[in-house]
Design a protein around this ligand. Sequence first.
Ligand code: PLP
Length: 376
Amino acid sequence: MIPFNKPSITGNELNYISQAIANGHLSGNGEFTKKCQHFFESKIGCYKALLTHSCTAALEMAAILANIQPGDEVIMPSYTFVSTANAFVLRGGIPVFVDIRPDTLNIDESKIEAAITPQTKAIIVVHYAGVSCEMDSIMDIAQRYQQIVIEDAAQGIASSYKNKPLGSMGDLATMSFHETKNVICGEGGALLINNPLLCDRAEIIWEKGTNRSQFFRGMVDKYTWVDIGSSYLPSEINAAFLWAQLEAAELITQKRKNIWQQYHQAFAELEFNGKLHRPFIPNECEHNAHIYYLLLPDLETRNFVIDYLKNFSIQAVFHYVPLHLSPAGKKYGRACKELPITDNVSDRLLRLPLWVDMTQEEIALVIKVVTDAVKV
Ligand SMILES: *Cc1c(COP(=O)(O)O)cnc(C)c1O
């Protein structure tokens, strides 16, 4: 059996968890949380990083920080995970879905301006498969219309755009360490704050709406309820696990890229013969091999290939059901015009198994069976 994903362990996870236990501090914001946060602050260059128990939680914090009020509109792609939209809907915001580019499957920057109305409060971009959106154009639009930009960089660790790390360009950015991502801790995430004006409030929201962080720094003399907030911190056990993974982040990325590259070379001929499309990486983007996907000719071919692979015990999966076509998306959001690329891609995209410990035999088998299936 070749599963679609297998969480990979780097070796130091249990060791660091034991250290966290020995430290006698198991709730959040201890030594390992701080180590992880410093890692992002130094590697990504964000003003402040706050670990969260999921990327979903970090997106919810971002929606509060963007001050989304009932009726406010937020621009985002429809081709994304539900949390991108849900976090804003929870605050009464209305997702306005914009189509994606046919090459990177990221939000089409040329279609954002037409979606802006007087109610627009934020632009949410998703770096699909760890490949950056066209951030120069997006930041330019945001500046001209005075919009806050939030990068959903759930898939974007260790990727960059024009040498700038993903997560370093928007006012806020979010990351995920869910077990299906590149760097993991089971369930986990981070909020990255690039706009220093949002920093104090972010800490308060993170600490359940209290000024606990300021209190511990001696900046206020009592610790009290000052704003809305929730329980967003992960425990030190999760942070200890994550620290082991972050120390190995470069190695993880290298190993994933090696597998990604083997797939990419192997399917070049099928692309040349018009049987499928391979992922496209723009020159200015350094990616992290988060996903290897193929775009097959149509839904029937995709179903056929999935079943064909299943006969060889290979698990390949697809995503996303476009948000604008889903029951909650229709209820809470709206599509800005037609979204033909989103509709089309969601029927044709297939994700192949990709995890660090895949053996050469397993990689070769996936390549052979996919090739056979596509040629039938
Ligand atoms: C995985 C993912 C999320 C959610 O991450 P969690 O950590 O599971 O909450 C959000 N957005 C995108 C684009 C994702 O890929």
